[in-house]
Design a protein around this ligand. Structure first.
Ligand SMILES: *Cc1c(COP(=O)(O)O)cnc(C)c1O
Length: 399
């Protein structure tokens, strides 16, 4: 019995590999062959007849809509394998659940708030210990050696660009050092997406994403994925999906498969908007500092340009404002909804200190620079002139 690990679309079987925009659009075609349907069907069946050609048995451990989405996402990441999950946090839980009591995870110190919470408030109770390192510090290689010399960690956990500070980590350099001591590297690729950055090609073992964000792009579904080239990791992830019940729904997978078809178009517009917004904001007197990976004043600008195809659509700005004023700025905008999450076609603004990173201990927030005046912008696909005018009005009100 054949059991395709990912959907093998006819497009990938003949001729040269398609470009990412083509691959994202021509997906799931093996499931449309009989009817000629241009859009792959939705398989709501929770269970499947024993011995079916697809090797499906029960949707917790696999469903044609998972396979279709896994096929597209693996293709975009340049990976052999992908496993989809019900959310980004489910994907992270799947990875961490493969560790054992006493294992250590060496983490970039600025990770997504819920990643920190999962490590410190959940897996810590099962004896998995997190260690933190600033992978952009000039002496990170020495500190890395000191932390790993006695005993290597079980896993290295990176994010780039980071949330919310948009630090850019040298994924190839960290992966090379990790490889030398036999430690797998996970990269949370949610902010960049596989169209802007391919962690596996840079040497990482696992590329994880919350597909809730750019991959789906319409703020209407939660999802997660982990991609790899390593069959042993793939087996662990598939096991976690069914053993822990971390699977997505078929309908959510179908929605994400639809969303990803326009990822390339959306990113083109959103990255261009973000570059224009960053330029306009940086010139405003109420902005004390602004971070955008492709701007000349970003501390890892050269690395960002090497590692990423575009600067992304996230901007972080430090306003000359206290907590109440910064909060008021966020609430007062017209086209930016004040909300958690990011990556949709709708622009969003968030105040990390009281929202996404409220779960991070205050002293850690201070050390990282997640302060009262910090705001994070997720730039959508609206007209850039409207976004810029909206932000300028808000900044003018700060006085
Ligand atoms: C949102 C997010 C997650 C978590 O994903 P969910 O889909 O919300 O569970 C993980 N990492 C990053 C960088 C995120 O932005």
């Amino acid at each position: 019995m054949t059991r395709p690990d990912v959907d093998q679309s006819p497009a990938s079987e003949s001729g040269p590999a398609p470009g990412p925009a083509t691959a994202a659009i021509h997906q799931g075609e093996t499931y449309s062959a009989e009817t000629g349907a241009v859009t792959a069907p939705l398989f709501l069946s929770s269970t499947f007849a024993h011995g079916n050609p697809g090797g499906f048995d029960y949707t917790r451990s696999g469903n044609p809509n998972f396979r279709i989405l896994e096929g597209v996402l693996a293709g975009l990441e340049g990976a052999r394998h992908a496993t989809v999950f019900g959310s980004g946090v489910s994907a992270m839980t799947a990875v961490l659940s493969s560790l054992r009591q006493g294992d250590r995870v060496l983490c970039e110190e600025n990770l997504y708030g819920c990643t920190v919470r999962l490590l410190e408030q959940v897996f810590a109770r099962f004896g998995v210990e997190a260690e933190w390192l600033d992978f952009t510090a000039v002496d990170w290689p020495e500190r890395f050696s000191a932390l790993t010399a006695a005993a290597p960690p079980a896993l290295i956990w990176l994010e780039s660009p980071t949330n919310p500070l948009l630090k850019v980590i040298d994924l190839a350099a960290v992966s090379a050092r990790a490889r030398a001591i036999g430690v797998p590297v996970l990269v949370d690729n949610t902010f960049a997406t596989p169209l802007l950055q391919q962690p596996l090609a840079l040497g990482a073992t696992l590329s994880l994403a919350s597909t809730t964000k750019y991959v789906n792009g319409h703020s209407d579904v939660l999802g997660g994925v982990v991609c790899s080239n390593d069959p042993a990791w793939q087996e662990r992830l598939r096991f976690a999906q069914k053993a822990l019940g971390l699977q997505p729904s078929a309908f959510d997978s179908w929605l994400i498969s639809r969303g990803v078809k326009t990822l390339s178009l959306r990113l083109e517009r959103q990255c261009a908007n973000a570059a224009a917004v960053a330029e306009a904001l940086a010139a405003h007197p109420a902005v004390a500092a602004l971070r955008y990976p492709f701007r000349a004043d970003h501390p890892q600008q050269a690395l960002a340009r090497r590692q990423m195809r575009q600067g992304g659509a996230m901007i972080t700005a430090t306003l000359r404002a206290g907590e109440d004023q910064a909060y008021g700025f966020c609430k007062g905008l017209r086209y930016f909804t004040m909300a958690e999450s990011l990556g949709g076609v709708e622009s969003l603004v968030c105040h990390p200190a009281t929202m996404t990173h409220a779960a991070v201990r205050p002293e850690v927030r201070r050390r990282l620079g997640i302060d009262a005046g910090l705001v994070r912008l997720s730039i959508g696909a609206e007209d850039s002139a409207d976004l810029i005018a909206d932000l300028q009005r808000g900044l003018d009100r700060l006085g």
